[in-house]
Design a protein around this ligand. Sequence first.
Ligand code: FAD
Length: 498
Amino acid sequence: MSADFDVFIIGGGINGCGIARDAAGRGYSVGLCEMSDLASGTSSGSTKLIHGGLRYLEHYEFRLVKKALSEREILWANAPHIIWPLRFVLPHHRGLRPAWLLRLGLYIYDYIGGRKKLPATTTLDLTTNVVGKPLKPLFSKGFEYSDCWVNDSRLVVLNAQDAALRGAKIETRTKCVSAERKGKVWHITTEDMQTGDVIVRTAELLINAAGPWVDEVLVGAVKSSNSKNVRLVQGSHIIVPKIFDHDRCYIFQNSDDRIIFAIPYEHKYTLIGTTDQDYVGDAADVAITAEEISYLCSAASEYFEKPVRDEDVVWTYSGVRPLFDDGASTAQEATRDYVLRQDGAADAAPLLNVFGGKITTYRVLAEAVLEMIEANLQARGPAWTKQASLPGGDFPIDGFVGLLIDVQKKYPFLEPEQAKRMIRAYGTQIYDLLADATTLSELGIDFGQGLTEREVSYLMEKEWARTADDILWRRTKLGIEADEALFTALNDWMSACG
Ligand code: FAD
């Protein structure tokens, strides 16, 4: 009897969805279960950078930095609607790392990652440059270097969408409660978290990509004694009203040797983060602490002339990093690289566990997992994701303005901000979403914030959205400005749709 799937994946974060997409595209039959919403775990709680990680150079993680830097321009080209370049301003601080060390680190950063399109590092005179304006006058010199920004939760959804278009079966609100080896086949029991329905499916190979829950899946579902692989490290962010008016970000060194970023966010805000502290408990319950808020406000206030106060915070979010436990003494020193381990005897159905990893490295992680899949099942097709656009990303990296002009010509009834937001979310898929609409009223109910019935239906049909939170926090970030009435109206409408 053949199994239902070649590969079954537990976890709909960036790693699970990236693996599903790559495997489906190579011709494997793929199933994936996600116990909550796609990207509801760590993959929506990141700093949202596609970056090499300048700080990791200090921990001699050259391999990771090189690998991550090389991914920046690949991912940008694959999804220019949700990934774009950003310039980072690093003010020099006399009491901390010397200027020559920063310049050396940035020189390495510029040259080890195969940078072609992103601009190189420059030195800044902060007394005259506009980026010096919001800073305290004591900062007179700085450096500016390149990395990229990513809409993290949309990256996950687009990988899931592409996987499904290539034949993968993606089930959300579906928890893997048990996985049992019967000879060379896995028998996987999943439970629908809304109806309680239980289904058993079979697969030749099982992938545990459960992020912070990876050990819990091993112990609870697989009944393995291998239970201590990841170190859970909480990181939190605060969002405050816009502190500066230009489009660059800041990277600030703190006196405790950590760094924080201050990044332009959703036009009207500045995103500040992150923290690093060991976490105990269910990752689903993670929330910012009062100490983290104070830490981030005072770290940013060391640099900005106008202090950032606790009461300025309009929104916060937290995530739990599932870092491979390499025995590092502090959370900050633990490796950010991923580790892949195969579990089980040679003649038993294989289990591949994914420990750690960054959003930035998800595509190469998936390729490494595919090599392991091929070693167990037969190879089906070549690696393909390096040059393949994600859904909606099939336009040139500098094509945003051209796309905007075309969309505004075809759909003149859209408000300019609405058109920009939708292109940033859907790229060229905006044409499928809006189809032949000629007036705003054809898009149905207007829920507010430029969110229409047409868009909500699209997100329910094509992107697995089930609740207002899925739409207002993960498919869009409209939640920041939405009032309770919008959440209620949307939830009511979505539940009525079934
Ligand atoms: P997750 O996204 O957590 O996905 C795992 C999924 O498995 C979850 O959705 C969960 O619901 C599901 N699941 C668990 N158990 C089960 C089960 N039994 N059945 C079904 N489903 C299950 N990386 C970068 O590259 N750039 C950054 O700027 C960056 N910043 C970060 C900042 C912070 C504060 C944090 C916390 C992380 C950051 N990272 C960053 C790292 C990155 O976010 C993570 O490495 C990545 O998101 C992990 O993805 P994942 O798929 O492994 O885990």
